[in-house]
Design a protein around this ligand. Structure first.
Ligand SMILES: Cc1cc2nc3c(=O)[nH]c(=O)nc-3n(C[C@H](O)[C@H](O)[C@H](O)COP(=O)(O)O)c2cc1C
Length: 364
């Protein structure tokens, strides 16, 4: 069924303007009568952030920004789904065009700027499926015109904790001016203190909600020292490494499109994202788990991401170029690796290569 849908729709989706294609994909998912996903091999299951995932392959934030199709995405075989970024109030984002495909590079540049239907619309949908099961994380962000961005995050944690498997504090989008300044030490310490406090406040009714921090791959290593130190001292439950990059690797072939402003994702992001993941892993010292995102477009890159330090992984741009078959390919590769290594779960892969990756030449 998935293969059939994929073969039918991919050429059409590829011929469309990228944002129209995305809108159509969400609509199809919302209405496609998908059967439940077949049960995953038990060896792919993991317990992370106190959550049981049937497999480590998630769909990253930004695909289902308004929580329109989390259950359809789970039925496609993802082990978990992250919806959002959701902002408190609806906002249109930046003017179109704001989404570009770098076909020759298997990359994407976006400067969507948190287009969001707002918290009310998403909350209504999530409340309606709150007993449906499955791990559904909610990625939250501040409104562009907010007078108090920290208050936006606090409010969103309070409102979404009850319907979220976990909440991601996204301070790493390059497309909301000034947002990434929240990664600066003094600001971040205050933000995380208030966010974790909000989580504790609502826990008696909402239950325990893991709070994750999503960072940019463009931080300097000195900044990363600070960010990890604060995340540890404020006791967040995990980090996502990471978002899109404002860098443009010199190897890009689509040089004209590469000049578009925005965050680059997909294959050209892999080396930097993987390095930053490993750098984060060695600094975190096992205190909390990491989700690895950025440039996964094959079973091999997914396994490399886990070996660099990811307990769970997320894909987005790879789906544009490889289609939904990517999810099954990754799971198969992980199972093959388990067979080869004689392991019966994925735990031993996580971070096995982190130290080695940090010793490589810096990627560019
Ligand atoms: C079109 C697009 C929209 C995105 N929107 C968001 C978003 O709203 N919030 C967020 O945290 N990340 C967003 N991202 C970043 C992805 O979640 C992911 O971190 C990044 O794309 C790297 O993964 P990839 O190389 O597999 O795409 C977006 C990425 C793309 C391509």
């Amino acid at each position: 069924m998935i293969g059939f849908l994929d073969r039918l729709t991919r050429p059409l989706l590829h011929a469309l303007d990228p944002e129209d294609a995305h809108g159509l994909a969400i609509k199809m998912l919302k209405f496609a009568p998908l059967p439940p996903a077949p049960r995953d091999d038990k060896r792919l299951a993991l317990r992370v952030f106190g959550l049981n995932v049937p497999n480590p392959v998630g769909i990253a934030a930004g695909f289902d920004k308004n929580a329109e199709a989390p259950d359809a995405l789970l039925r496609l075989g993802f082990g978990f789904v992250e919806v959002g970024t959701i902002t408190p109030l609806p906002q249109p984002g930046n003017p179109r065009p704001r989404l570009f495909r770098l076909d020759a590079d298997h990359g994407v540049i976006n400067r969507l700027g948190f287009n969001s239907q707002g918290a009310d619309a998403a909350l209504k949908r999530l409340a309606a499926r709150s007993n449906a099961g499955g791990v559904v994380g909610i990625n939250v962000g501040a409104n562009k015109d907010s007078a108090d961005r920290v208050a936006d995050y606090v409010q969103l944690i309070e409102r979404f904790a009850a319907v979220a498997s976990y909440v991601t504090v996204n301070i790493s989008s390059p497309n909301t001016p000034g947002l990434r300044n929240l990664q600066q030490a003094s600001v971040l310490d205050d933000l995380l203190a208030r966010v974790v406090d909000a989580r504790e406040r609502v826990a008696p009714n909402a239950g325990p909600t893991p709070v994750l921090l999503k960072i940019a791959p463009d931080l300097s290593l000195g900044d990363l020292d600070d960010v990890v130190g604060i995340a540890r001292s404020r006791q967040v439950d995990g980090m996502i490494v990471g978002n899109t990059t404002v860098a443009r690797p010199p190897t890009l072939l689509e040089t004209a499109i590469a000049k578009e402003a925005g965050g680059l994702s997909g294959r050209p992001l892999f080396p930097l994202a993987n390095r930053m993941l490993a750098e984060t892993y060695v600094r975190v010292e096992g205190v909390f788990p990491l989700i690895g995102a950025g440039g996964i477009d094959s079973g091999a890159t997914a396994l490399a991401k886990m070996r660099a330090g990811a307990s769970l992984i997320q894909v987005y741009s790879g789906l544009v170029f490889r289609g939904l078959g990517l999810v099954a390919e990754i799971k198969n590769t992980l199972l093959e690796a388990l067979e080869t290594e004689g392991q019966d779960n994925l735990q031993d892969f996580i971070g096995a290569d982190a130290a080695a990756v940090t010793a490589e030449e810096w990627p560019h």
